[in-house]
Design a protein around this ligand. Sequence first.
Ligand code: ZN
Length: 169
Amino acid sequence: MNCEHARPLVPLYVDGELTSVQSAELRPHLLSCPACRSLAQGEQSIHAWFVPTAEIPVPVGFAAHVARRAVAGDTGSARPSVPLEPSVHEHSEPIMQFVLHALAVAAIALVVISISMRRLDQPAAEELKAHESQALDASLFALDQINREELRAAKTFGSTGAREGSSGR
Ligand SMILES: [Zn+2]
């Protein structure tokens, strides 16, 4: 085998898409040819960027939980009940603080915008309050629903193989 034949096979070889016969033909050339070998090594290092990670299960209600806390003005600190000490945080990670605050503000702004858009349709004040909380509850409920369905789908198509077992659980 020469370089002309070897070169197009190298990416396939790294991807494991060559037959064992093709691999066996290519391997001696890679050993003897520095140019093709470095090509293979380059392909391999690109590969390292795309290693699939293990799937991380999302807890039920995660999206709703995040949305709830964002609406409550949580900036992502570990202890939201304790007031932040600005001096400490501004010295340690001012940019991160800014980003978190900006995200919280953006989340709140979205809610406010969606509520004020409803306000155009529903001018009555008491009715409005009810509608606001209903709208929020509805969206949180929807998020919970989505989470639950995703979890169920993950279980159904997962590798557990318990597709036709006891119904429900
Ligand atoms: Zn070569």
